[in-house]
Design a binder for this molecule. Sequence first.
Ligand code: FAD
Length: 465
Amino acid sequence: MGIFCKIAAMLGFGPSDKNEESIEKEPAVTNNRTDVKQTNTPTSGKPTVSSIKKYVLIGAGPASVRAAETLQKADPKCIITMIGLEKESPYSRMALPYYLSGMIEDTGTHLRKTDGHFESLNIVHIRAKVEKISPEQHQVILDNGDVFEYDKLMIATGSRPANCPFPGSENAGVVNCWTLEDGREILDTIKPGSKVALLGAGFVASIIVEALLKRGVDLTVMLGRTGFMVSRMMDKTAGKMIQSWCEEKGVTMILPSSIKSIEAGPALKRDDDSLTEYDLIIVATGVYSNIEFLEGSGIETDNGILVDAGLHTNVDDIYAAGDVAQGPDFSTGGQSVHAIQPTAVDHGRIAATNMMGGSAHYKGSLSMNVLDTAGLVSTSFGSWGGVEGGETATLVDKENYKYVRLNFKDDLLVGAITLGRTDYIGVMRGLIQSEVPLGGWKAKLMEDPTQLMNAYLAQSLDIAR
Ligand SMILES: Cc1cc2nc3c(=O)[nH]c(=O)nc-3n(C[C@H](O)[C@H](O)[C@H](O)COP(=O)(O)OP(=O)(O)OC[C@H]3O[C@@H](n4cnc5c(N)ncnc54)[C@H](O)[C@@H]3O)c2cc1C
C-alpha cells in the first residue's frame, strides 16, 4: 500500500469497503494529502477526522472561486480542490474586452490579484481536464488518470464557443474570443489597419467590437441569422440601432448567407465564389455548456445542468453553479441558463453554503445584460421581449440613438430595454425584481416611459408607509 493510501486509510478518507489489494490496483486518489493529515490530525479540541470535509470544485472561474472562498471561510480546515483545464490563474472572461482594448494587462483579468492567494487559503488549484465523474464512488477522474474523492462536489465548467457554422475554421488565423489564450492570440496578430472579420453579432461579439475599433482595425462583422445584432438580448429596434451605430463607426456588416466557407489565408469564400482575405477571423457564433463529460453520470441536463433553488442537481452531494447551471429563472419561474458573471458568483456562494449543510435558496436569476458597443450602452432586463397578454410602451429616437421599451404584465414592470441612456438602469432592475405594483403609474408610464424614476419613488414610498 502506497503512503498516500495508508494515510488515507488512517484518516478514514479511503474507500473503506475495499481490501488493500484492490486499493493498490485503483488509480491513486490525489486529494488525500499528507499536509492535510498533518494539520488535521485529530487531537483533543481539534476537529475529528470525520469532520474534515473534502470539497471538489470542477472549474476555476468566478463560480468556483466564490464557492471555494465561501467554503474556506466557514470551514478553514476543510480540503478544497478546484480543478480547471486552463493554465491561467483563475480569471474573469468578462475582463477580456478590457485586455483587448489595452486598458489592462493579462494579469488584470485575474479574479484575485495577490500572489499565492489560493495557496494561502489552502485551496488547491489543479490545472487539468476532468474526464468523468463517478457519483457512486464519489470520485472525479481526470484525463491524466488522477482521481479525486469528494464528500460534496460542485460543477462549474461554464461553456465553450459553439462550432463555427462554416467549414474551414481549422485554418491558421481563425480564433475564438473566449479564453485569455484567445485574447493573447488576437493581440499578437492585430495591429492598426489589420483586416479583421468577426463572425457573429451576439453578446460576446458586440462587446469586443469596441476593443477592436480602439486597436484601429478594419472591421467586418457578420450578423446572425436574424439579420440584426444581439438578437438574444435585444429586440429588432435596438439591434438595428446598434448595427447602424457600428456602421457609422466604419464597421462593415455582412450576412451569413453571403459566406460559403473559410479558406487558407485566412479568407472568407463568398457566395459568388470570390475570396476576401483577412489578417484574422474571430468566430463568436454562440456557446455550448460544458456538460459532455457528465454522460453516464446520471446527472440530469438540458441546455445546462438542471438545478433546484439550492443549486442541487438530481444526484446526491453534487451541485452545479454558473454558466453551466440551468437554474431558477426569476422572470419565467422555470429553469434557464443565465450566462452572466453576477449569476455565477451568486450561484457559487449559495451552492457552497448548501454543500456545508446550509439551506440557502436562490431566488432566481434575472436576465440582465449591459452592453457597451463602441460607446453605445444598451441594457435589457427580465422579459425584455414582452409577455403574452402584456402591454408595451416604447420611446424611439433613432437619430440620437435613444430607445426605451417597458413591458408590463398587469401593473407590474416585467421587462425593459434601453439604448443610449443609463439613467434608468437601477430603477428598472429595482422595479422588476421587487415586483412593485405600479397602480395608476402604469397608465402614466404607457404614455411617457421617461416617468420611470417618479413612478419608482412614488410606489416605493407608498410601500414604505
Ligand atoms: C468576451 C466575454 C465578455 C463577457 N462579458 C461579460 C459581462 O460584461 N458581464 C457579465 O456578467 N458576463 C460577461 N461574460 C460572461 C462571464 O464571463 C461568464 O458568465 C462567467 O465567466 C461564468 O463563470 P463560470 O465560473 O460559470 O464559468 P467560466 O468562467 O467559463 O469558468 C469555467 C471553468 O471551467 C473550466 N472547465 C471547463 N471544462 C472543464 C473540464 N472538463 N475539466 C476541468 N475544468 C473545466 C474552465 O477552464 C474554467 O476554469 C463575458 C464572457 C466573455 C467570453
